[in-house]
Write a protein of this length. Structure first.
Length: 291
């Protein structure tokens, strides 16, 4: 399980949410059998989804992040429930690239620098809320920061990181969101900027044993932070046979009958967890009758 913590400054002007998402990134790598740089990319986006999902209020609320860049990894989609339990899918799980100029995994190269980040929040309204921005860096954390500034007008600093071992397993992963509430003073902003500048990379902090509480304390140093809440979260898929049946029904009667005639058995795999569901031609005909 991964731990997620939310802290607030003493005067209520700054909120920091931090997570040790090592287990989440590790599970994503195991499911999708990704190359190192793609593991870093999907681990970052799943971490961001968890942080953003944990901010939702309703029990059934969810947030979807879709990163559609022009890099070889293709589209990456991460979804989280309101508890902060994410799941993730990547179009191309195997991408091999040289290290970047800093000797690190080239996430920007895998994601691309042209395209968009779309955020869809399903919060129980008639239509989900959707915001979209152009990709600003492809490193993902900067793109999340830009989304909050442009689409939600919330001054935000986002840090995301994944360290991958030589054997492609995940060594450490984590992230944080620091957000200014209305009324923050220039002095508070200056101090916060200094704190963030002095913080090591989040993946390095987690690898060295820092807890989410300690990450919040570093980000809010000098602000007497207090913990608002904490939770344990995990990579969690909500697929079921019933959901797959509804997806098949949406194809329409004609399509289902054609599928039933073409093959005796149809296999449908969940993009997020790779669980496979099997339907006989009779199953498909029965579903077609409900259309």
């Amino acid at each position: 399980m991964s731990k997620l913590v939310r802290s607030i400054s003493e005067n209520g002007g700054i909120v920091c949410t931090a997570i040790d998402s090592t287990d989440i990134a590790a599970r994503a790598e195991q499911i999708h059998c990704t190359s190192a740089v793609v593991t870093a990319a999907i681990g970052r986006l799943a971490t961001a989804a968890s942080l953003m999902g944990s901010q939702l209020k309703g029990e059934e609320d969810s947030v979807t992040l879709r990163l559609a860049g022009d890099g070889p990894a293709g589209s990456i989609i991460a979804v989280s429930d309101s508890k902060g339990n994410p799941r993730v899918y990547v179009q191309n799980p195997i991408v091999e690239l040289p290290l970047n100029q800093y000797g690190k995994l080239d996430v920007k190269g895998a994601v691309g620098t042209q395209g968009y980040l779309q955020v869809i929040k399903d919060i129980g309204l008639k239509e989900p809320y959707a915001g979209q921005i152009p990709i600003v860096s492809g490193e993902i954390a900067e793109d999340i920061t830009s989304y909050f500034a442009v689409s939600e007008q919330i001054p935000t600093v986002c840090g995301l990181g994944v360290l991958v071992n030589p054997d492609l397993t995940v060594k450490a992963a984590g992230g944080y969101l620091v957000q200014l509430m209305p009324g923050a003073t220039d002095e508070e902003i200056d101090r916060l900027e200094q704190n963030v500048r002095e913080m090591p990379a989040i993946s390095k902090l987690i690898a060295e044993g820092a807890t989410p509480e300690q990450v919040c304390e570093r980000a809010l140093a000098g602000f007497a932070p207090q913990i608002l809440d904490e939770a344990y979260v995990e990579y969690r898929c909500n697929c079921s046979r019933e959901r797959i049946e509804r997806a098949l029904i949406s194809l329409g009667k004609k399509e289902l009958n054609e599928m039933a005639q073409e093959q005796e058995k149809t296999e449908v795999a969940c993009h997020f967890c790779n669980k496979k569901y099997h339907f006989s031609s009779e199953d498909l005909k029965t579903l077609a009758e409900t259309c």
